[in-house]
Design a protein around this ligand. Structure first.
Ligand code: GTP
Length: 337
């Protein structure tokens, strides 16, 4: 498992306006891009070379990571002019692979504490052509589910249903034999979940179940939760080690009498005025939170001004938004400048 493909080309529509200028995988969790957390996890498991499958805002990735020297990895970019879907992206990125053995393929919007080494061992021992990380969820109705036989072999990929036959879902991390990647048509829009896996099941796809921490970062709520989980040590990332901090304030200016709680992350240049409360939230660089304002479970972009007394709950605020004193913001709102 020395080579990997990281899928980071999606538009992140559910995270707008946060993804208007920043691709979802580069949004910070505990102050560090999700992609960095993921690359360092792969490196810790023995990966040395990663092809980043990019499309939406592709240039931003190369500008941030270059050839990977800083991370101690070899990074290569496979850019899709038009997004090819997750399957088409894998085929396109496959042209840039140059090693041997199974390839690790992972979605760029997942934080997981499962063991890649264990998943690899299961792949090798089972003789499968693909091995899929599966995670149990409380309510599988919102997802497609993935039933297994008694030997852990995947028997089907089932679409969302009212009575799922299992609570195991696809966790977005795969080991593929190279022949599988080579078998996907080039320059075709294709989904790995909906089109490729149902075909591969007819051959041999193995399931690897893990109960470790797992989160899909599809929404602002999930992003905020994952950031707080990393800060509080509930989730582990090799990018940070085990922090167990209540909050991270990197050059932030917090007035006496302001409360920062619940694994909040404050970026550099953030200023929090007296009596304000920021709970379980992410606040990006150069944002100002006014006196006695209350920000809960929210993701706030760069250079935002939140006026005195403004209350925000479960909201996503894009860069540069100004919320004057007295403004009422409905719970769950998405606001862009
Ligand atoms: P939404 O638009 O909010 O659904 O988010 P998304 O665009 O990220 O889609 P989704 O969550 O289904 O994507 C799962 C993973 O695959 C993410 O890491 C995406 O970046 C990636 N991805 C999705 N579509 C493509 C694509 O067409 N090309 C590439 N290279 N990656 C993709």
């Amino acid at each position: 498992m020395s080579e990997a493909i990281l899928l980071v080309g999606g538009q992140g529509t559910r995270l707008r306006p946060l993804t208007d200028s920043m691709p979802k995988p580069l949004l910070p969790l505990a102050g560090i891009a999700c992609t960095t957390h993921q690359l360092l996890k792969a490196k810790a498991a023995g990966v040395t070379r990663v092809v980043l499958a990019t499309s939406y805002l592709a240039d931003v990735f190369e500008a941030q990571y270059g050839a990977g020297e800083e991370l101690g990895l070899e990074l290569v970019y496979a850019v899709e002019k038009e997004p090819l879907g997750t399957g088409g992206a894998i085929a396109n990125a496959g042209q840039f692979l140059n090693g041997n053995g199974p390839v690790l393929i992972f979605n760029g919007d997942v934080i997981s504490n499962h063991s890649l080494e264990d998943q690899y061992r299961v792949h090798e021992e089972s003789g499968a052509i693909a091995t899929l990380h599966l995670t149990p969820v409380e309510d599988a109705r919102a997802y497609g589910c993935v039933p297994l036989d008694e030997k852990g072999r995947v028997t089907a990929f089932l679409e969302k249903m009212d009575n799922p036959v299992t609570n195991l879902i696809n966790a977005g991390c795969y080991l593929f034999d190279r022949s599988v990647i080579e078998g996907i048509g080039l320059n075709t829009v294709i989904s790995v979940e909906r089109e490729i896996f149902p075909e591969l099941v007819k051959r041999h796809v193995q399931g690897y179940i893990s109960n470790e921490y797992w989160i899909d970062l599809g929404t602002p709520e999930a992003f905020t939760r994952a950031s707080a989980d990393i800060i509080s040590g509930r989730a582990f990332s090799p990018a940070l080690g085990q922090l167990n901090l209540e909050f991270l304030a990197d050059g932030a200016d917090v007035a006496p009498g302001a409360a920062i709680t619940g694994g909040t992350f404050l970026d550099k240049g953030v200023k929090i005025d007296a009596g304000a409360l920021v709970h379980h939230s992410v606040v990006l660089a150069d944002t100002y939170v006014g006196e006695s304002a209350k920000v809960e479970n929210s993701f706030v972009g760069r250079g935002v001004r939140i006026g005195a007394g403004v209350r925000l709950k479960n909201v996503a605020i894009g860069d540069g938004v100004v919320l004057s004193e007295g403004v009422e913001v409905p719970e769950g709102a998405r606001i862009s400048a």
